[in-house]
Ligand binder design. Structure first.
Ligand code: G4P
Length: 526
């Protein structure tokens, strides 16, 4: 197949959801549809401690790295789907945000009983930075959940995105009968107890078909007809362009646990979600179908196993094709790099895949020379933009257990910050070292790595910082004036950028009002 056909088939997406909405369960079902596992087992044995036993994951255990949860590639219909994991529970981190800069679309999963939850709001904000097209899956219809109309209203209100129901549920909980597809005028019937296999679709064509009354019961069929009249009058119709612009989300209902509806969403994804989009390369827009390969690094995963010190840098290919042995230029340093052993992630075939295309993710072995945000090309000087740092939400003060290790601490933190493991701030008014993160595990990881890799033993103390903003002004003079006035709340980050550390949200609000000419930014381009 020629490269541009390969590229057009790519669908690279991530799941955004609040913990427990069903991301892991949906991932299992997606892999089931992608024929990567015969029985959808446990992708991560959260409570049961059971681990999936596919060869592919065994291989991962042997290698001591966990890339399984980072990228999954599988075929579906005519498409090649790349699902990028967005760590969500304790492992929630800035990586979760940055992964969203490497996708072309996202699937938002909502627990139908809980509606829009806090983490989803935050992740949606990140998607909005690039107007990423969003599909929505409303999950757990096999439970007694909230009125679907109410849930859609909440999504529209809170997340400020139009909802276009593609399917509509018939009943819920023990009486969940299936869904009706508004675009194809077809009801798809649910069979419970089939969660681990791919079911043959049982369909009834036509809303007014008497067979529907027989299949789901006359009461449910009538209720569906009545509700749909209401829904069609009050909600948005699916509009491909508005979806691609990130303004409207097609909505699907189902139960991931019962394996019902995930395939409807997947059909929508391969049909409507965009193939790899052009990217801003700084100098110019880079089209995915260009011959020459380009890419950027959005995540670096350190190996926590001390016997293997290497790290994997995850690169999103933006254009062209990766071929084993390709020579690439790291634009930040100007150095050439021959990629002979990049990891690719087609499940089960990882060792054999020697090619990857725009939209795919490859893993590069990295001994500390690659940084987040690095652009790679076949020689051209480019710098992909839109891979920012995000303002941390959690802060701790670092205290050295051995005060003589201060130099190593600074060196370690500088490198770990460049790698994206944490953010570091040095207040102007004292010699504190403050770490910032968006997930608590990041602090533990940093402490462990400081000890293992830099011989630095440290602990943390709470500090009263509630949020950080990078500050910018129209001129150097204005910035210097602000630096004098707000001195006690200012710090420099690891890369030397001036940052406002706000003890409270109210304080930040006041600072904004007092200094209307200063920009308080939530993200900083790397
Ligand atoms: P997450 O990755 O988004 O955190 O969610 P996960 O898939 O782990 O699902 C969270 C819980 O919700 C799990 O139950 C899972 O079985 C359940 N769940 C997911 N989808 C559905 C659904 O469609 N219907 C129902 N009824 N439950 C669903 P758990 O008891 O917390 O964990 P486990 O012991 O089942 O692993």
């Amino acid at each position: 197949m020629n490269p541009s056909d390969e590229i057009h088939q790519r669908r690279t997406f991530a799941i955004i959801s609040h913990p427990d909405a069903g991301k892991t369960t949906i991932t299992e079902k997606l892999l089931l549809y992608g024929n990567q596992i015969r029985m959808a087992g446990t992708v991560k044995g959260k409570k049961s401690g059971v681990h999936a036993t596919s060869d592919w994951m065994e291989m991962e255990k042997e290698r001591g790295i966990s890339v399984t949860t980072s990228v999954m590639q599988f075929p579906y219909r005519d498409a090649t789907v790349n699902l990028l994991d967005t760590p969500g529970h304790a492992d929630f981190s800035e990586d979760t945000y940055r992964t969203l800069t490497a996708v072309d679309s996202a699937l938002m999963v909502i627990d139908a009983a809980k509606g829009v939850e806090e983490r989803t709001v935050k992740l949606m904000e990140v998607c909005r930075l690039r107007d990423t097209p969003i599909l929505t899956f409303i999950n757990k219809l096999d439970r007694d959940v909230r009125d679907p109309i109410e849930v859609l209203d909440e999504i529209e209100d809170v997340l400020k995105i139009e909802c276009a129901p593609v399917t509509w549920p018939i009943g819920m909980g023990k009486s969940f009968k299936g869904v009706y597809n508004l675009l194809t005028d077809t009801a798809v019937l649910y069979q419970s107890g089939q969660g681990h296999t791919i079911q043959e679709r049982r369909e009834v064509k036509g809303l007014d078909n008497p067979e529907l009354d027989q299949a789901v019961g006359a009461d449910y069929a009538q209720e569906l007809r009545d509700t749909l009249e209401l829904v069609q009058g009050a909600s948005h119709e699916f509009d491909l362009q508005r979806f691609l612009d990130g303004k409207l989300s097609p909505v699907f209902f189902g139960t991931a646990l019962g394996n019902f509806g995930v395939d409807h969403m997947l059909d929508g994804l391969v049909e409507w979600a965009p193939p790899p989009l052009p990217r801003d390369g700084g100098e110019r827009q880079v089209a995915a179908t260009e011959d020459k390969m380009t890419g950027f690094v959005f995540k670096i995963q350190a190996n926590m196993d001390p016997r293997h010190r290497d790290r994997i840098a995850f690169m999103r290919i933006c254009s062209g094709k990766y071929k084993k042995g390709i020579k690439l230029k790291q634009c930040r340093t100007g150095k050439d790099l021959r990629l002979a052993d990049a990891l690719t992630f087609l499940a089960g075939e990882r060792d054999n895949v020697e090619e990857a295309y725009a939209g795919d993710i490859i893993g590069l072995h990295n001994h500390g020379t690659i940084q987040i945000g690095d652009t790679f090309t076949e020689g051209e000087d480019l710098r992909f933009t839109g891979i920012p740092h995000f303002a941390p939400e959690l802060f701790q003060r670092v205290v050295l257990n051995d005060p003589l290790k201060s130099k190593q601490l600074h060196k370690g933190l500088k490198q770990l910050a460049e790698e994206g493991a944490t953010q570091v701030f040095f207040p102007l008014r004292n010699n504190d070292v403050i770490l910032g993160a968006v997930g608590t595990l990041q602090f533990d990881v940093v402490a462990a790595r400081l000890k293992g890799e830099y011989g630095v033993d440290c602990r943390y103390e709470p500090i009263s910082v509630s949020t950080a903003r990078w500050v910018e002004a129209g001129s150097e003079r204005e910035l210097e004036a602000f630096e004098r006035k707000a001195h006690d709340n200012l710090a420099r980050d690891g890369a030397g950028h001036l940052t406002y550390l706000a003890p409270t949200r109210v304080n930040l609000q006041l600072a904004r009002e007092r200094h209307p000419d200063i920009l308080f930014r939530e993200t900083r381009e790397i």
